[in-house]
Design a protein around this ligand. Structure first.
Ligand SMILES: Cc1cc2nc3c(=O)[nH]c(=O)nc-3n(C[C@H](O)[C@H](O)[C@H](O)COP(=O)(O)O)c2cc1C
Length: 432
């Protein structure tokens, strides 16, 4: 499967799949929507599951598929409300004659009809059925009623049908449906939809995620040491977002005084060597399904000996008396693990200089470290602050003349963390 890493998400839609032969085409539809950077929540009727399994849609959308109005995994246990509140659009493809009829009647006897009835967002249907079913006055009357209620009816097309007959009733091809969706978005005010956040639920379900955060502190004597201004906020925001996405998260934190995000395991460390040991231990069962995100600003060097006594002023006057030893490169070591023990590896690079200089530097650094994604940020824009301005490089693009960067606009670190988790999930799906 070759779905490239998505640029900024396009929007979140609910795709309803009902029980017609064309349900198999909905798989391709999900793939194309993902390619266009839509995030897609698939909801299936019971009949639809007789045509295509949930697993296909789960793999293609990267999200759990919902089929049941009583699904306990939705936080407030109101999936028929919540799933559409998160989305900006509902598309039913294929839409069976029976589903259209239930829609017209305002039925809510399963999850998908309930979602449609409780919606506040636009709805489109892509009918797919035998030509006689389509031409039947009952179906035609239903279609007229739906149109009068501002439900968009896309198709059907005409041509050969699965039953061997020829005529009206074929579902529009997936690429045509994507085109219609994009046209709809361009001609309608999507400002509200655009401001909606992509729900993270289920994106990293059951994945193990290890994140390092904050600075390290390398002691020189009992009172002094070297450290940096990393606040740990970005790493903790990522830990929070990864937890929301369903991951089992361990955050390995240098000296910071931030509250631990709910449901995260936290390991506090001080030095780079302690961080290295904690990372190795947290990743001992890692596999390619796991994720490592190295956000911590790890000191490159440490004094080779720790003085047990406070160093005197006259000694401090000559810092060259301290011998420095290079710390291990935690990120590069994780990235260099053998394939079966190597997590998907994301690094951070905080640099000074201009955006252009940052972008010139990222490909070389990503190659040296061996990471899958490298996230650059300019020190003066993000270090220690509440906002960040991140530039993401996908290592699969290294070597191109002008590697395409994904620039996440300046926003709160929590917002940026959610975007990044979404990008990581997309990338994992793309390589599955
Ligand atoms: C093999 C088979 C193929 C079917 N294909 C279609 C179809 O293409 N379009 C349609 O409207 N109904 C089709 N049906 C009928 C629907 O599956 C049936 O009306 C079902 O109740 C629809 O449920 P749903 O709308 O809740 O998914 C088919 C039934 C079977 C057994």
């Amino acid at each position: 499967m070759s779905i490239p890493l998505n640029p900024k998400p396009n929007g979140h839609i609910v795709l309803g799949v009902t029980g017609g032969i064309a349900a198999y085409k909905a798989c391709e539809l999900v793939r194309l929507l993902r390619k266009q950077a839509f995030s897609v929540q698939v909801v299936m009727t019971e009949s639809a599951q007789r045509f295509v399994g949930k697993a296909s849609f789960q793999a293609l959308s990267g999200r759990p598929v919902f089929t049941d109005a009583w699904d306990p995994s939705i936080d407030n246990q109101m999936p028929h409300i919540e799933l559409s509140r998160e989305a900006s659009f509902i598309l039913i493809a294929p839409a069976t004659a029976d589903f259209l009829s239930r829609l017209v009647q305002g039925r809510s006897d399963d999850l998908l009809t309930s979602l449609c009835l409780a919606r506040e967002i636009p709805l489109a249907v892509a009918p797919a059925m035998n030509r006689q079913m389509w031409q039947n006055p009952a179906t035609q009357a239903n279609i007229e009623l739906l149109r009068s209620r501002e439900v968009a009816v896309w198709g059907p097309d005409q041509g050969d049908q699965a039953c061997g007959e020829t005529g009206d009733g074929r579902m529009l091809e997936p690429d045509e449906l994507v085109l219609r969706l994009n046209q709809f978005r361009q001609t309608n005010d999507e400002s509200d939809a655009a401001s909606k956040r992509i729900p993270l639920r289920g994106l990293l379900a059951n994945r193990k995620v290890v994140i390092t955060a904050g600075p390290t502190f390398e002691p020189i004597d009992p009172v002094r040491g070297i450290t940096n201004r990393s606040s740990g906020q970005m790493g903790f925001a990522l830990a929070h977002a990864a937890t929301q996405a369903g991951a089992q998260v361990t955050v390995i934190a240098g000296p910071v005084s931030l509250p631990t995000p709910q449901a995260c395991q936290r390991i506090d460390v001080t030095t780079a060597l302690e961080m290295q040991a904690a990372v190795e231990s947290a990743l001992k069962d890692a596999s390619p399904d796991s994720i490592f995100i190295g956000v911590a600003a790890v000191a490159d060097w440490r004094p080779d000996t720790l003085s047990s006594q406070k160093l005197k002023k006259e000694f401090n006057a000559d810092l060259s008396k301290i011998t420095w030893v290079e710390n291990p490169d935690i990120l590069a070591r994780v990235a260099a693990r053998p394939a079966e023990k190597r997590p998907f590896t994301v690094g951070f690079a905080a640099e000074t200089g201009s955006q252009q200089e940052l972008e010139n530097l990222l490909p070389g650094k990503a190659a040296r470290k061996g990471v899958d994604l490298l996230v650059g940020n300019l020190v003066h824009e993000s270090l220690g602050g509440k906002e960040a301005n991140l530039t993401v490089l996908d290592a699969t693009n290294i070597g191109q003349d002008k590697p395409p960067f994904i620039r996440l606009q300046s926003q709160s670190k929590q917002w940026q963390a959610e975007e990044l988790i979404q990008l990581i999930a997309n990338r994992l799906i793309a390589q599955a």
